[in-house]
Design a protein around this ligand. Structure first.
Ligand code: ARG
Length: 431
């Protein structure tokens, strides 16, 4: 049964092809579809298109559907195209003709848009909460291990002293940059498309400010065509934010894999968090971080998938847009799963002590020694030359002390300032 039934049933193969994954994916939109419909019918009543009595029948019936969704009892039946159709059919089945009145001044095009905006708002908040948990763990570890030195590398060659305080804190601060992208995507999503109908508005005097307020949007997406154009554009912003977070997390996962490598052995995890080999009895592999790295690399590609899916589409609604859900819905769940797994794993990380005592890292201290000579009055270039010649002649012996005090350095991590940046960003999402 279709909302647009005109006395013939479409070919089964056509139906299967066009409905695609909607019956499963739309379940994630169901709760928002009901919220959107509640706002829409309150507005219809305010402009005289529904009576108070009709509204009083419809609102509890929609609430009943919301409760069924909450309890996991809601399904999109075979033969019903999507969530929008299912909700309207249920209302009509339960209330009769009054159920058929709710779609005045609305199209599934703005209905799916409003569902998606509400969904993205919540999803971006969920992602942010997971980022924040990981952030807090990273800051905690940075403070805890601030005195544990490690080699810093450039070109993968030992370079200068670094520390686990610096390393953990680096990822914490890097996630604050990604949060800026999340906030930007949230602000783009937080605009009300309802009332754009099929994409060109309606001859009913729809009160779009009212539905914006009821659904707590920052404002209507005013121009009805712009509102429709936001499908695809919003997804691209969300995908860019997901890609930014995934890039940081993938980088962190790579570092952990490298520090776990036996040649480094800077970090380790309890046995039960590692994986074994079917042939090599000694193996304790970092599969978790490898899967995380792989997933995060893939997550960075969805922005391109969305760009290609939406490139050069004609203005107005086109069914291609439905496929955006196939790309983005699993991606945001996967990102949350990776973030939570990283927090879980880092809760158990073990850091090796006294790494820099190993003579293979002696050259890490050359710049420290150059600087010491500078402080004693030698010009920098002469000090550089002196230490350089000692290295060259094999006579270099490091002074192992590290004394970095400036803002953001080993001895002054600025974790409070970094935390306050994160708090400010979380507040922008009301978290
Ligand atoms: N499932 C559809 C989608 O996601 C709902 C909108 C259908 N609109 C239409 N004109 N066929 O885009």
């Amino acid at each position: 049964m279709k909302l647009w039934n005109k006395g013939f049933e479409p070919d089964k193969a056509i139906e299967k092809f066009t409905v695609g994954q909607d019956r499963e994916l739309d379940l994630r939109l169901a709760k928002y579809d009901v919220q959107g419909s509640m706002a829409h019918i309150r507005m219809l009543q305010s402009i005289g298109l529904l009576t108070k009595e009709e509204l009083d029948l419809l609102l509890p019936a929609l609430q009943q559907i919301a409760d069924e969704i909450e309890r996991g009892e809601f399904q999109i039946e075979d033969g019903v195209e999507d969530v929008h159709s299912q909700v309207e059919f249920l209302l009509t089945e339960r209330l009769g003709d009054v159920g058929k009145k709710i779609h005045s001044g609305r199209s599934r095009n703005d209905q799916v848009l409003v569902d998606l905006k509400l969904f993205f708002r919540d999803e971006l908040k969920h992602i942010s909460e997971s980022i924040n948990h990981l952030f807090e763990k990273l800051i905690e570890l940075s403070e805890k291990h601030k005195d544990k030195l490690m080699p810093g590398y450039t070109h993968l060659q030992v370079a200068m002293p670094s520390s686990f305080g610096l390393w953990f804190g680096a990822y914490a601060e890097s996630f604050t940059d990604d949060m800026q992208m999340i906030v930007a995507a949230y602000n783009i999503a937080n605009q009300n498309p309802l009332g754009s109908a099929a994409g060109y508005g309606s001859s009913f005097p729809l009160d779009r400010e009212m539905t914006s307020e009821l659904l707590s949007f920052s404002n209507p997406h005013y121009n009805v065509v712009a509102a429709q154009m936001s499908r695809g554009k919003t997804e691209r912003a969300v995908a860019a934010a997901i890609g930014a977070v995934a890039s940081t997390l993938g980088h962190l996962a790579m570092d952990v894999c490298m520090w776990m490598c036996n040649n480094f052995a800077f970090v380790s995890f309890p046995d039960e968090l590692t994986t074994g080999s079917s042939i090599m009895p000694h193996k304790k592999n970092p599969d978790v971080f490898e899967i995380m790295r792989g997933k995060c690399n893939r997550l960075q590609s969805i922005q391109n998938e969305i760009a290609l899916l939406t490139a050069n589409l004609p203005l107005g609604y086109n069914r291609d847009l439905q496929l955006l859900k196939d790309i983005l819905f699993p991606a945001s769940s996967e990102l949350i799963e990776c973030l939570d797994m990283a927090t879980y794993m880092l809760g158990e990380i073990r850091i090796k002590d006294n790494i820099l005592d190993d003579s293979r890292y002696d050259y890490i201290f050359t710049v420290e020694d150059v600087n010491r000579l500078v402080l004693e009055g030698m010009p920098f270039r002469d000090a550089y030359k002196k230490i350089g010649m000692e290295v060259q002649n094999g006579t270099y012996h490091p002074h192992r002390g590290v004394h970095h005090t400036h803002l953001g350095s080993i001895g002054n991590l600025a974790n409070c300032q970094i935390t306050s940046k994160m708090d400010t960003l979380m507040k922008k999402l009301g978290l």
